[in-house]
Design a protein around this ligand. Structure first.
Ligand code: SF4
Length: 113
């Protein structure tokens, strides 16, 4: 199984150190590769038609919006919690099947920060 986690991915940072900024940009680039193919939804044991739980594709989009737009960050984290965070059981099947090898676990860690 291939994952795109980077050493130190979970390190707290204020976003000002150049190396940390570069790592943040690398993760934004990885998350932005999402094809919206829906494979992560097909394999997720918690996804039942998108009624309340929106799956990994939503979690990565929440991360991207909150990382790029600080005024939306609080709102996105709230939506993330309602529609992903509180229901995800961390089966991480989404990461196994993702054709773009998106490190959803890292997006989750950043939104739970
Ligand atoms: S499997 Fe990967 S590329 Fe496809 S929708 Fe899910 S996160 Fe996006």
């Amino acid at each position: 199984m291939q994952t795109n986690l980077f050493i130190g991915e979970y390190q707290r940072d204020d976003g000002n150190h150049p190396a940390l900024r570069e790592r943040e940009h690398m993760h934004q680039y990885a998350a932005a590769k999402c094809l919206k193919c829906g494979l992560c939804l097909e394999v997720c044991p918690n996804y039942v038609g998108g009624k309340t739980f929106f799956g990994a594709v939503f979690a990565n989009d929440c991360y991207l919006v909150s990382a790029r737009n600080k005024t939306k960050a609080k709102e996105m984290k709230k939506l993330y919690g309602e529609h992903f965070g509180k229901t995800c059981s961390k089966a991480l099947s989404c990461m196994d099947v993702c054709p773009m090898h998106i490190p959803t676990l890292a997006s989750m860690a950043k939104l739970n920060d």
